[in-house]
Design a protein around this ligand. Structure first.
Ligand SMILES: [Zn+2]
Length: 215
């Protein structure tokens, strides 16, 4: 993380509190986040993942495209890094939805921690101590449930959960989609993004990239 990352984060949080009120920074309490059942039905539809940007079809034969997209580097966390996260409580249709999303993210984070990939996730109580915040966005885009980010030097990142994630047939499986998105936070790319025979939307589909994370 860049030396000024925490300064940037605090400035952003201060502005948020000034404009929206200090309650906007209220987080879900760790004690209210309980374990979720991992015994779930398959997802009714394959969610679309927009975290990995699409690459123009004429660049798809370039091996670098799958790894770095159109950027100039492959960002990675230092081995041993701890990616700290928290969850904002406001913005959801109900407090129960905020707790639900946080519980499923915790389940996903624990799955990655158990996999022991050299970088761990840790829940923290306040956004001022976090690398990313789980936050709700009201978008009812077809099949868009969650979006995340790749490793970077920003002071604060967001993992967004969208309206569809709370539909009854997606709700119980949210942790699966979040596990995929945390893979991107760790730096993983879609394994089939270079396939010239796949449309961009299919190349970004969770169902295909899920092979990386769930075998
Ligand atoms: Zn993805």
């Amino acid at each position: 993380m860049a030396p000024d990352a925490s300064t940037t984060r605090e400035a952003l949080l201060q502005l948020t509190a000034q404009h929206l009120g200090p309650e906007a920074l209220t987080t879900v309490e760790d004690s209210r986040i309980s374990a979720v059942s991992t015994d779930t039905e398959p997802l009714p539809l394959s969610p679309v993942c927009i975290t990995q940007e699409s690459v123009p079809r004429n660049l798809k034969s370039d091996p670098a495209a799958i790894m770095v997209g159109l950027e100039s580097e492959i960002p990675r966390w230092e081995p041993g890094s701890v990616v700290k996260w928290t969850a904002w409580q406001m913005g959801y249709d109900s407090p129960a939805d905020a707790t639900h999303a946080a519980a499923h993210l915790k389940q996903a984070a624990e799955a990655w921690n158990k996999a022991d990939v050299g970088v761990n996730f840790e829940f923290v109580a306040l956004a001022k101590d976090a690398n990313f915040v789980l936050s709700m966005v009201v978008i009812r885009e077809m099949c868009l449930l969650v979006s995340a980010y790749f490793p970077n030097r920003k002071g604060l990142n967001f993992l967004y959960v969208y309206s569809l994630a709370f539909r009854p047939d997606f709700r119980k499986s949210l942790w699966k989609v979040l596990t995929h998105e945390l893979g991107h936070v760790l730096g993983l790319r879609h394994e089939l993004a270079m396939d010239p025979n796949l449309s961009v939307s299919k190349a970004m589909r969770y169902k295909l990239a899920r092979k990386i994370h769930f075998r």
